[in-house]
Design a protein around this ligand. Sequence first.
Ligand code: PMP
Length: 366
Amino acid sequence: PGAEGRVRLDDLPLRDDLRGRTPYGAPQLDVPVRLNTNENPYPPSAALVDGLAEAVRVHAGALNRYPDRDSVALREDLAAYLGHGIAPAQVWAANGSNEILQQILQAFGGPGRCAMGFEPSYSMHPIITTGASTRWISGARDDDFGLDPGRAMAAIEEHRPDIVFLTSPNNPTGTALPLDVIERVVKAAPGMVVVDEAYFEFARTGTPSALRLLPGNPRLIVTRTMSKAFAMAGTRLGYLAADPAVVEALLLVRLPYHLSTLTQAAARVALAHRAELLGTVDTLRAERDAVVAWLRGHGLAVADSDANFVLFGRFADRRAVWEALLAHGVLIREVGPPEWLRVSVGTAEEMAAFRHAMAAVLAAHP
Ligand code: PMP
């Protein structure tokens, strides 16, 4: 114990490989304009709220019982949403796609194994990997945040990773990968390939999903979430599509009854209201394209985005810009390469507030 008798983390018999690590930590600050965690800014409609409340009422009377351990009805609904001829046996659901990723690591990673991603990318991929006692190998993206297939192949050949992560559209850059690059990685990788499509619904029209590659590729896993386009981040519902054998593998590591009755019910109601929920996607895409043009018009570098956020820079002191925006009541995210910042796409009013604050900050920090 320290001098004041307070126990510090270092005093505990923590796993050696967790010592010195920092937890995932996007600040959750109560400010007027929150554009930092890529949420959908539109709250559920009154009709959806009624549907959710009714589902809770229906299921509340049976909460003395455990939930459906295999989420059968929900997986049927998710398979129907995904299309591409995907069967419910190919779908698996968990508490956010983060839990899906964790289950994948538990089943296909582990001590003596390694997983590889191409950075900058989603910070939870290495955190979940190392949390599962799996070695993380950081591959690099190109200067434009794309992925050169030759370079990716060489990295896969060199390290022979048990798991490869491809994030498309990528967080925090917004970059979508062409399907042929994904296909080449799937063919070359010796182990599992996880295509994280958390932001797929925001991709520009015509962008194909890696779901198309599932037939004949049993080591491919495509992950999705209801946290972004579906505007259900608070529900915690992520899912995957893969060969049914992959789902069998995850059954070995999932906790029994991991997905609560209320989560399953809420997700099904949201899927039934998908026309309304996904109706926000076009508006958000238009706001995204508008903010990209605005930032470029102000002389900034902006990564092309197929997601509901935009990476922009370059700032010698990005912390100063982040803090100045916060002083204007606008919270964005300090993430990605050192000179860049990421802003999530909010409502028209929120984006106007962002532009207003940004114009003031640029005038003060030319
Ligand atoms: N993948 C990517 C690329 C993400 O950006 C996020 C959310 N930030 C997730 C997965 C996890 O989302 P959730 O657990 O809410 O489904």
